[in-house]
Design a protein around this ligand. Structure first.
Ligand code: PMM
Length: 295
């Protein structure tokens, strides 16, 4: 396999076509699904979803990420027609309102239609592995693309959480995915990568990846972190106590993790609570500005 890092021509400060506020970007999550793990059914109705997306933008989200298929562990696929019906009207309205909108999909036809409807970014949790047509679709669309580390469909992802060295394995597997994308015609200068927190990972894997974002950044791509409300946060909050803290009780801790990710060099964090996420990355930026200064 060729070294994909040398093929990316620009420094990983951000992605062309996306906002550049001079700090880590905040991507607000908008799941138009009845069964996502933390906000199931809240925005399944098109009007509610559009209002929520506009609200996320008003709170300061740099990007609003619209998804129509749950990727929680054990989730089943929904079918293209359903995914299109859930996402397209929402993407179209948000784009029309001037919101920078991304489409969270593993399916090339949904990505294509969403870009035609105004999406400016394709966010693919499978990094191009779920649909062989994704690479050529993204190449033709000419939009930025998030390639997440992924091993298996949602219904079986927890059966694939074995690693020798989780950081090295994720870097290698992402490198392979990038190579396939490049072969499919994708301009790697428009690609960001994502360690895939919670996807075929156990909490110890998630923490290790979060603590070693530098190893991912050395691949030469901007790194997005999607940790918000995930299981490893619920488990850490409950450490020493019984069970896990449920998703709705994880927002303050999620903001803390966003700050850690931003300090670790993430170019974007994907969050449910945009206000808290924005405060977190602002604090990280202020802290980062003083890191190398003499006291
Ligand atoms: N996680 C989820 C969905 N989409 N996209 C990226 N790039 N990274 C992620 O970690 C990610 C994602 C699942 O979480 P949700 O159900 O809260 O949306």
């Amino acid at each position: 396999m060729q070294d994909v890092a040398v093929r990316r021509p620009r420094t990983p400060v951000g992605l062309e076509g996306l906002p550049r506020p001079g700090r880590c970007l905040v991507m607000g999550i908008l799941n138009v699904t009845p069964d996502s793990f933390s906000d199931a059914g809240l925005y399944a109705d098109t009007r509610c979803a559009i209002d929520r997306g506009l609200g996320l933008a008003a709170q300061g989200a740099d990007i609003v990420d619209v998804g129509g298929e749950s990727t929680r562990p054990g989730a089943h696929p929904v079918g293209l027609d359903e995914e299109l019906a859930r996402t397209l009207p929402v993407v179209r309205e948000l784009a029309r309102a001037g919101v920078c909108t991304s489409i969270d999909t593993m399916h090339a036809p949904v990505a294509r239609a969403a870009v035609e409807a105004g999406a400016r970014l394709v966010n693919d949790v499978s990094g191009g592995l779920a649909d062989p047509a994704m690479a050529s679709t993204v190449a033709a669309a000419g939009v930025p693309y998030i390639a997440m580390h992924w091993r298996a469909p949602s219904r079986e992802m927890d059966d694939h959480a074995e690693y020798g060295d989780v950081v090295a394995d994720v870097v290698t597997e992402l490198g392979r995915a990038l190579w396939r994308l490049a072969e499919g015609g994708v301009d790697l200068a428009r690609v960001a990568i994502d360690p895939g927190i919670g996807f075929s990972k156990r909490p110890e894997h998630d923490w290790t990846l979060l603590a070693h974002l530098g190893s991912l950044r050395r691949l030469g791509y901007p790194v997005l972190v999607g940790a918000s409300r995930k299981r490893f946060i619920g488990a850490a909050l409950a450490a020493g106590g019984a069970g896990e803290v449920p998703p709705a009780g994880r927002d303050v801790a999620s903001a803390a993790v966003s700050a850690l990710a931003a300090v670790g060099g993430a170019f974007c964090v994907r969050v449910h609570d945009v206000r808290a996420g924005l405060d977190a990355v602002r604090m990280a930026a202020a802290y980062g500005a003083h890191l190398d200064r003499e006291p």
